[in-house]
Design a binder for this molecule. Structure first.
Ligand SMILES: Cc1cc2nc3c(=O)[nH]c(=O)nc-3n(C[C@H](O)[C@H](O)[C@H](O)COP(=O)(O)OP(=O)(O)OC[C@H]3O[C@@H](n4cnc5c(N)ncnc54)[C@H](O)[C@@H]3O)c2cc1C
Length: 344
């Protein structure tokens, strides 16, 4: 058995950010990643300005126009500065990894967790602190016996083999109740067209195939005239059911903690920031607790707004705003909320 001070399960944005902020601490850090390389998570890879302030990625696509759709049609809303940057997940995660002195083991899924050590497909590793950064199917969260019910979302989309020509979000309460349709990059170079929906009580994969996929198929075929039978598709879960981040010497960050923003499905920022918060907490830097308090507060607001915005009749109020986001009063509300979410 090998000894480490901190074992981080998961080499996504949350785990790698945690490793990055534990660098030069004198602690022995190990990141265990089940995949054989970085950047495999199903994701659009859009980051807002608050995620990596001052960092310029080599390959990135800027978005200054958001296309807003309702059943009445689409309206492009343009700004004179970008609100999102598409960055390939591989590049994003490589940036975090290269700024860390942690040991990273690829192709090592954690298969068992005990109070003192974790077991992978290859070895056992003893830990003083364990960080669960293993995403929305988190084994560390399971070990802590935390349920995942409110709010858990599913995304399902078709993949087009060319770069996205727009960043579009569709508010269609009749088609995607408690969700939305989207056209976004699939990281860089590909486009994903699909829908996201919240499941309150069910954590099973069946709901994505039985409930969401048929709705997405019908909508994509009708709205975009695509032959969905010829396109590749994929589904993925997102966890916004936050139930805490600190459990004695075990911590949760990012999607494992349920810190995904249910309103925008922006999760990279919350993973990166909570990874930083937990790292600083382990280093006994008071900033760590402050970051985690602000993550927690932000999440409470997001859930409250999500619950209100998606409840009848408020979802129709949102529909009214989005059906003409350039109208005098509606643009004021739209722009305020939009930039609040983008810049934090
Ligand atoms: C369709 C879709 C589009 C999205 N688009 C965006 C977007 O544009 N912008 C945005 O900000 N957010 C987006 N999100 C959300 C975002 O992908 C997540 O919030 C973010 O990736 C969370 O980061 P994380 O590090 O917590 O988890 P993950 O990125 O899920 O990383 C977890 C890591 O842990 C590894 N792992 C899992 N289990 C084990 C195990 N047992 N042992 C070892 N390793 C393990 C995984 O392989 C993975 O590398 C999107 C989500 C979906 C579903």
């Amino acid at each position: 058995m090998q000894d480490y001070d901190v074992v981080i399960v998961g080499g996504g944005p949350g785990g790698l950010s945690c490793a990055r902020h534990l660098s030069n601490s004198g602690l022995k850090i190990l990141v265990l990643e089940k995949n054989n390389t970085l950047g495999k998570k199903i994701c659009s890879g859009e980051v807002s300005s608050k995620t990596f302030p001052g960092v310029k990625f080599k390959n990135e696509q800027k978005w200054e126009t958001v296309v807003v759709g309702t059943h009445k049609g689409t309206v492009p809303v343009s700004y004179n500065r970008p609100f999102l940057w598409t960055v390939g997940r591989f590049e994003l995660e490589t940036f975090l990894k290269n700024n860390s002195d942690a040991v990273i083991h690829f192709s090592e899924p954690v298969v068992e967790i005990t109070p003192d050590y974790v077991v992978t497909s290859k070895a056992k590793y003893k830990y003083k602190f364990l960080v669960g950064a293993d995403g929305s199917f988190s084994r560390v969260r399971d070990y802590l016996k935390l349920p995942m019910k409110h709010i858990v979302g599913w995304a399902f989309h078709f993949i087009i083999d060319k770069p996205a020509d727009r960043f579009a979000v569709y508010w269609l309460p009749n088609t995607f109740p408690k969700g939305y349709g989207y056209v976004m990059s699939k990281s860089l170079g590909k486009t994903m067209i699909g829908g996201a929906m919240v499941e309150r009580s069910d954590n099973s994969k069946e709901s994505v195939h039985q409930v969401l996929a048929p709705k997405v198929k019908e909508w994509v075929a009708k709205e975009f005239g695509l032959d969905v039978n010829k396109l590749k598709s994929e589904g993925m879960k997102g966890n916004a059911d936050y139930r805490g981040w600190k459990f004695n010497n075990v911590f949760l960050v990012g999607d494992a903690a349920g810190l995904l923003n249910p309103l925008t499905t922006e999760g990279i920022f919350y993973a990166v920031k909570s990874g930083e918060g937990v790292a600083k907490f382990i280093r006994r830097d008071p900033e760590g607790q402050k970051i985690m308090n602000s993550m927690q507060n932000a999440h409470r607001w997001q859930v409250l707004i999500f619950d209100i915005a998606t409840a009848w009749p408020f979802c129709w109020l949102v529909h009214w705003i989005l059906s003409n986001p350039k109208g005098w009063l509606r643009s004021k509300i739209f722009n305020y909320v939009f930039w609040k979410f983008m810049d934090g």
